[in-house]
Design a protein around this ligand. Structure first.
Ligand code: MG
Ligand code: ZN
Length: 215
């Protein structure tokens, strides 16, 4: 019974996600669904890359958060258009939420929308929001066992950002094992090693995004 309910929910969501994708394609907008645990560094990464991206393209952010507008306020300080979605405790964004948020953006002016999903490695992976790519942030301090523990999100994501890479020497995170597990789960996954502290990998990540946007 519960499985059937879940199938219906996901079926309805997929329909709206496809409509979103069609709308974004018509407007020539690339959409990235950025996922990861709370504290993995999603908002900090955005703070670091948005100004670089904004030099070349028009970018907006949709911020999913359980209750507060703290992350949206951080993005707004960078003079980037941002729409806040409060899920009021909901643990993921769905396609209808992203649709409503996108309606308050000027889609004719944008090249890229980055959606920061609710911090969670589980259900955000199940809900298509109409993005072109999913990207997952896994920080070094979370441990190298996470890809095997939460395989779906890594399987669904085109990109994994191994974030806080500067902390590697202070942890027992095994980079080689993590990379091997990621590639086993998703052979074509693109892996970036990033740090918001020393800036590692951020230019490469921006270049990848710019290449996709201007394709
Ligand atoms: Mg955040
Ligand atoms: Zn959820």
């Amino acid at each position: 019974m519960e499985v059937k309910v879940m199938k219906n929910i996901l079926g309805e969501n997929d329909k709206i996600a496809d409509e979103n994708r069609k709308l974004f394609a018509e407007k020539n907008i690339t959409v990235i669904n950025l996922m990861g645990s709370p504290g993995s560094g999603k908002t900090s990464l955005l703070e670091k890359i948005l100004s670089k991206l904004a030099e070349k393209i028009k970018v907006a952010v949709i911020e999913g958060d359980l209750f507060t507008a703290k992350d949206a306020e951080r993005i707004e300080r960078q003079n980037i258009s941002v729409v806040q979605i409060n899920t009021a405790g909901g643990c993921h964004l769905d396609a209808a939420m992203v649709r409503r948020a996108a309606e308050s953006l000027n889609l004719d002016e944008l090249n890229l929308i980055i959606v920061e999903n609710v911090g969670n490695l589980v259900c955000p992976a199940e809900f298509d929001v109409g993005e072109n790519f999913k990207a997952v942030v896994l920080s070094i301090t979370e441990g190298d066992d996470k890809p095997l523990k939460y395989p779906l999100i890594f399987k669904e994501s085109a990109i994994t950002l191994l974030n806080k890479i500067d902390l590697l020497p202070y942890t027992n995170f095994n980079l080689q094992n993590a990379r091997a597990d990621l590639t086993t789960i998703h052979p074509n996954i693109k892996i970036f090693e990033t740090s918001c502290t020393n800036g590692a990998g951020l230019d490469d990540f921006c270049d990848w995004i710019l290449k996709e946007v201007t394709k």
